[in-house]
Design a protein around this ligand. Structure first.
Ligand code: ASP
Length: 445
């Protein structure tokens, strides 16, 4: 019997999870059941993905760099990657600003709803202000300091320190290029084998992806609805114009900006690229975490889009930590929305400030759920808008986070395709995959 393709299995998991969540609210099924018995499956799935992120980045980057042959190629790829990342993030921020200034969703928010939201999410907003305060007090050079780990093993135990792992792997790879080949050979072969082992583990984890996604979606709906589902729904719809603006901007990235970049810099059809990264996008949507999705993004690009390990192992981990187009777009829309709702005018200078701070804040946001919301506080403060204003947008944030994470991951993958293409590689989707798009089916057939 023909096996159902992986991405369809994941979509089914997603839809069934949504259906379960909605039914459980409609029929008043126990929320505790979903939280105690269903959610843990989702957590196990996310943890398994996170479990392999550090070893995967370490092994594949060391092997990737050591196989580059020379350091000049590495610095060229590095410069290109960071340059393109910055450009796409700036484009996203500007698109967000244009759309929010045209639609002006903050001006149509009824003042009673505004006051109610401010009151309702006061405590929640306060706790996030605390996290942002710690960041604000840092030296401007702190992000650079944070790249160099004081202890590699400590860095390797913290998924949030992925940049430190990337740094260490780069240094090891470069050093391997500089010592006699016969000495480095054993080390390279070890990490090469390790890399294959981890890729195999990603395949094992993907076997439970549909169940993990089901559990995450079911628990999310039940938790979002809380004790008063009708009120939660009312608040969500009151913020419909704001959410619509963010979603419109995110759609512009996926359907206009990235396809244009593909046309300009690669020979790959965007449609084929989309097919190749579908599973990563679906996971980004259901986990809201670019970091947790990273192993799958890497696998999809290498296995289904023919991107070399050298490029994917450098560009993607870096992207999962610093390139967040969806987040920067969302931050610019949210900052202007909050200012509009609070009746505060923004000058052209303020808007330029948003472009700068949203770009930096998105770079500083970790690839985990809700990170963009905390960093938004820094954007608000830079333009003199009270940070308590984030209370206005907390209600739909979890849902918007899912979509912006899809954009973040798609943006990283787009840049990896561009870098691969401009490095003389031939990224493409092998024809045989379209006969049977499932990696699982392919492996098991
Ligand atoms: N959840 C996002 C990510 O992991 C970050 C954010 O915008 O909150 O890519």
């Amino acid at each position: 019997m023909k096996k159902i393709p992986l991405h369809i299995q994941i979509v089914l998991g997603l839809i069934l999870g949504l259906v379960y969540g909605v039914l459980s609210i409609m029929f008043g099924w126990s929320a505790d059941f979903a939280v105690d018995w269903i959610k843990p499956i989702g957590i196990i799935f996310i943890n398994a993905l996170k479990m392999i992120a550090v070893p995967l980045v370490l092994a594949s980057l060391i092997v990737g760099v050591a196989n580059l042959g020379d350091i000049s190629k590495l610095s060229r790829i590095g410069g290109k990657t960071i340059g393109i990342y910055l450009c796409t993030t700036l484009i996203a921020t500007v698109i967000g600003l244009i759309i929010v200034n045209i639609i002006q969703p903050g001006k149509i928010l009824p003042s009673e709803t505004r006051d109610e939201l401010l009151e309702l999410y006061k405590a929640d907003a306060g706790s996030r202000e605390g996290s942002a305060a710690a960041l604000r007090d840092q030296s401007p050079l702190q992000p650079l300091v944070d790249i160099v780990p004081e202890n590699f093993f400590l860095a390797a135990t913290d998924n949030a320190a992925m940049l430190q792992v990337v740094f260490f792997a780069l240094i090891v790879g470069i050093a391997l290029l500089r010592i006699p080949r016969e000495k480095g050979e054993t080390v390279i072969r070890f990490f090469d084998g390790m890399n294959d082992v981890i890729i195999k583990i990603v395949e094992f984890i993907m076997l439970i992806a549909p169940y993990g996604v089901f559990a995450l979606m079911a628990a999310l709906i039940v938790e979002l609805a809380g004790d008063n589902p009708e009120r939660a729904w009312e608040l969500l719809t009151a913020l419909g114009a704001y959410s619509g603006t963010v979603l419109l901007g995110l759609a512009a990235m996926i359907f206009i900006v990235y396809p244009s970049i593909f046309k300009l810099f690669t020979k790959v059809k965007y449609k084929n690229f989309f097919k190749g990264i579908r599973p990563a996008q679906l996971l980004a949507f259901s986990t809201s975490s670019s970091s947790a999705t990273l192993p799958v993004t890497m696998r999809q690009l290498e296995n289904e889009l023919n991107v070399s390990e050298e490029v994917s192992s450098f560009v993607l981990p870096l992207g999962a930590t610093i390139n967040m187009d969806g987040t920067s777009l969302y931050q610019s829309v949210a900052a202007v929305f909050i200012a509009q709702a609070l009746g505060l005018g923004l000058s052209i200078g303020d808007q330029a400030m948003i472009v700068m701070t949203a770009t930096l804040a998105s770079i500083g946001s970790a690839g985990v759920p809700g990170a963009g919301l905390v960093m938004l506080i820094i954007v608000l403060e830079s333009i003199g808008v009270p940070s308590a204003g984030i209370a206005l947008i907390i209600a739909p944030d979890r849902i918007l986070d899912m979509v912006r994470t899809v954009v973040n991951v798609t943006g990283d993958a787009t840049v990896a395709m561009v870098v691969a293409s401009t490095e003389g590689e031939n990224p493409h989707r092998p024809a045989h995959l379209d006969e049977d798009t499932s990696v699982l089916a392919g492996k098991e057939a």
